[in-house]
Design a protein around this ligand. Sequence first.
Ligand code: ZN
Length: 148
Amino acid sequence: MPWCEECSKFWNPNSMPPDGTCPSCGRVIGEPPSQSVPWHFWLLVIGVVVYLGWRCVQLFQWLVGSGHAAIAAILGVITAALVCWLAVWWLRSRRDNATEHHAGTGARGVSAAGGGAVGAVDRGAGDGGAGDGASDRGAGDGGAGDRD
Ligand SMILES: [Zn+2]
């Protein structure tokens, strides 16, 4: 469980915003939880791709067998172009993610060194939902304080 020194409080990882910051004061107190998709999703994707690939092979066999070799050739070219485009798009999105990640760590380093403003902007850009959650929890903390 992540511990926030500022608030003297343990936080349940499930109640924390996805960037690993304290819901109350916004300090980075833990590793952001992994956002990756589960392995069975990729198993499903591979299964669908293999199945569709096999159906395409059958379609080509049927086209060639029934004397539509020209159509089969055109479809083959279109499929190859589509696969190439997908591969390029996938590689590009991977590279973009990598550069974004590096920029993010850089900004965090600056704010940790005393910038502050950069970190605040980062958090503001996060999402409204996280902000709402923080204010809700803030109200709850007030109640706990009264009891003390
Ligand atoms: Zn805190």
